[in-house]
Design a protein around this ligand. Structure first.
Ligand code: UDP
Length: 318
């Protein structure tokens, strides 16, 4: 297949690019490099199966040659307002990537009669009132909160994807991605795992927003990519949760990072103000993925963190 991946220079986009190339497909990667990083694709320079186009998907997308699959990953994705890369600091770009970018990406799929996969998110569920979250849950989203630029853009993107499927008969797929971590997350990303790992590697106290009793379920990137790759090959059009169902409080997650890194200041935790609209609990119900894809995560949180450390050590020059 000839695959167009938007957001190819990002954390997940670059890992999916690698997987598709390893499976023998050719990939055109597209990114505007606002939050993506060219270094994530540097190892593909000179690979005949890969080409890169610097472009903002909110503008018209031109992709040369025949496209068989469009995979739309382009978007800022960190909710942290203290990071310059957090979507609260890129609110218009985030809405445009989710709305105009999805429209353009679907337009390419329609022009080529290509298959399409949308990277959606557990943020669709907002601060969920149902637990764990099944795909049938409609969510609890503040439409004007600081996270709404991401949440509502992705909800719009899902609606538009289903409209193209129902009205234009495009073979579309929607993956709802839950918290994922691993090599290639940016140091300045602002999300919990990269923040914790680099604070621990610098022997600093970890910063917890709120009381640390909020939960997340963290999935190692390799497991996530396997789930997405399997979903790409189905005929299933409704959303599918892909994530790790093992739920931890943020405090427990911080403690595990301290333990694995041997942080000498691991007994000290810095408490900071809770972020606006921060979901209190999040855990995917992955029954649909299990049944449809025969997929479930294999890498434990401990193993995944251990496999992530060398990347951050190298980035920090340690
Ligand atoms: N968090 C934290 N300290 C940090 C970064 C994040 O306590 O340095 C918390 C954050 O408030 C949230 C959880 O960790 O409750 C996960 O945040 P993240 O930004 O990783 O992603 P989210 O799941 O909120 O999209």
């Amino acid at each position: 297949m000839h695959v167009l991946i938007t957001g190819a220079a990002g954390f997940l986009g670059s890992h999916l690019t690698d997987r598709l190339i390893a499976e023998g497909h050719t990939v055109i990667g597209m990114d505007n490099l606002i939050t993506g990083n060219e270094e994530n694709l540097a190892h593909l320079a000179g690979n005949p199966g890969f080409s890169f186009i610097l472009n903002d998907v909110s503008n018209y997308i031109f992709a040369p040659g025949k496209i068989d699959y469009v995979v739309h990953f382009a978007s800022p994705a960190s909710p942290n307002p203290t990071s310059p890369l957090g979507y609260p600091n890129l609110p218009i770009q985030t809405m445009k990537a989710g709305a105009l970018g999805t429209h353009n990406a679907l337009g390419v799929a329609r022009k080529h009669q290509a298959k399409f996969l949308l990277a959606s998110t557990s943020e669709i569920y907002g601060d969920p009132l149902e637990h764990p979250q099944k795909e049938t849950y409609w969510g609890n989203v503040d439409p004007i909160g600081t996270r709404s630029v991401y949440d509502e853009a992705k909800r719009f993107a899902e609606a538009l994807t289903m409209a193209y499927h129902r009205f234009h008969n495009i073979d579309t797929h929607i993956v709802r991605i839950f918290n994922t971590y691993g090599p290639r997350m940016r140091l300045d990303d602002g999300r919990a795992i990269p923040n914790f790992i680099q604070q621990a590697l610098r022997s600093e106290a970890l910063t917890i927003y709120g009381d640390g009793m909020q939960t997340r379920s963290f999935c190692f990137v390799e497991d996530l990519i396997e789930g997405i790759y399997r979903l790409m090959q189905t005929d299933f059009h409704e959303p599918v949760n892909i994530g790790n169902p093992v739920e931890n409080t943020i405090l427990e997650s911080a403690e595990l990072v301290n333990e694995i890194t041997g942080n000498p200041n691991g007994t000290v935790i810095k408490m900071a103000k809770r972020l606006d609209n921060d979901p209190q609990r999040r855990q995917p119900d992955i029954s649909r993925a299990k049944e449809l894809l025969g997929w479930e995560p294999k890498v434990s949180f401990r193993e995944g963190l251990t496999r992530t450390l060398p990347y951050f050590k190298q980035k920090l020059g340690l």
